[in-house]
Design a protein around this ligand. Sequence first.
Ligand code: SAM
Length: 414
Amino acid sequence: MIMREWCLRALVSIFEEHAYSNLYIQKHLHELSEQDRSLAVSIVYGTLQHQRYVRYQWAHMVQRSPKKQIALLLDMSIYQLLFLDALPDYAIIHEAVAIAARWDARAKGMVNGVLRRFQREGRRALPADEWQALAIETGLPDWLISMWKHQYGEACCRSLCHSLNDPHPQCVRVNRMRTTREALAESGAYTCGTLSADALYVKSGNAADTEAYHNGTISIQSEASQMVALWMEPKPGEHLLDVCSAPGSKACHMAEIMHDEGVILCGDIHPHRVELIRQGAKRLQLHCIEAKVMDATQLEGVTDAAFDGVLCDVPCSGYGVMGRKSDIRLRLSAEAMDTLIPLQQEILQCAAHKVRIGGRLVYSTCTLNRKENEKQAERFLQTHPSFCLEREQTFFPHVHGTDGFYIARFLRKA
Ligand SMILES: C[S@@+](CC[C@H](N)C(=O)[O-])C[C@H]1O[C@@H](n2cnc3c(N)ncnc32)[C@H](O)[C@@H]1O
């Protein structure tokens, strides 16, 4: 398979057939030679991340929109011309024209003309309007930028949008039951994280391919996400409930902090995802985790007021993790976000019944949206006077160097 044609097929599947990029890549990467794989992955993810910007570079050069596949071929080629030095410009253009000839022979001349004109003229200047320019440059939709500007202020919005595209090293969590992060850092493969006491940044390669991952010494987990279990402050022997648990990263982290002593009842609505919790616990040899299919808006058969701590890591719009999960950009819609809000509140209210007096309730999302975060905490407190808010925090990529995340910790007083 010719590498750039493989990339175009991947982009067509992701953009037009709604395939998830990571799943598509996992399934099809073997079709390429080993030496082509890493460049192919960079081309696909890079085009996905910068698509709005690269399309802006050529959209004014054509009178009629080309077929979707050809438009993606132009996006992908301009992405390479702008961001990668793997091949000289003439070779990128030559390959794009050859692919166009095979996919839609009539578009061959247009592809050649557009790419040569781009090569001559260079980058197109951004619009004069600062916010429009920011949206194009960072590849974010206008409505999301307006929402952030309104919710967090102009300066925060500006830095946030820019930082979402910054590359971050892969982050792992040390299994405290096996070793210390200092010992791992001494091995030379990692540096210590700055926010979570259990975080390490991988210096090179993919942690999932290492012995430390397979033998359960480390788990792959972003640093902000690790803060959730730390905020729960689990203690050995406690009974915890994690109502939206799959794939189980936070539950396993809590179990490690508890030295695997006590019980963590983990629920998720999707049976195949409950299996992921079991697999994760097995890899880490954790026995205190009990995973079940459960609907967090019902929690049938779960005793009221029985848990020292309850975690609601609710389904959310995911705007905080767009840097790592580029597909979220394609599925962004203000309407989709609004449907999650009642579900999140219902989960939080149902879970609250399960907290014992004196126990903790932790609510978290991997999104940056006050309606899913602070507003949910406020609404919950208005209807639940027996709880108080102990602390809440939003983690921002440009401030904390992590994914965007929100955590609130409530205490049941009576
Ligand atoms: C943000 S993810 C949880 C991540 C997980 N806590 C971890 O650390 O690995 C949200 C989860 O909520 C689950 N979910 C969605 N609706 C649910 C419901 N009504 N009841 C239980 N789980 C639900 C989804 O299947 C998804 O696995």
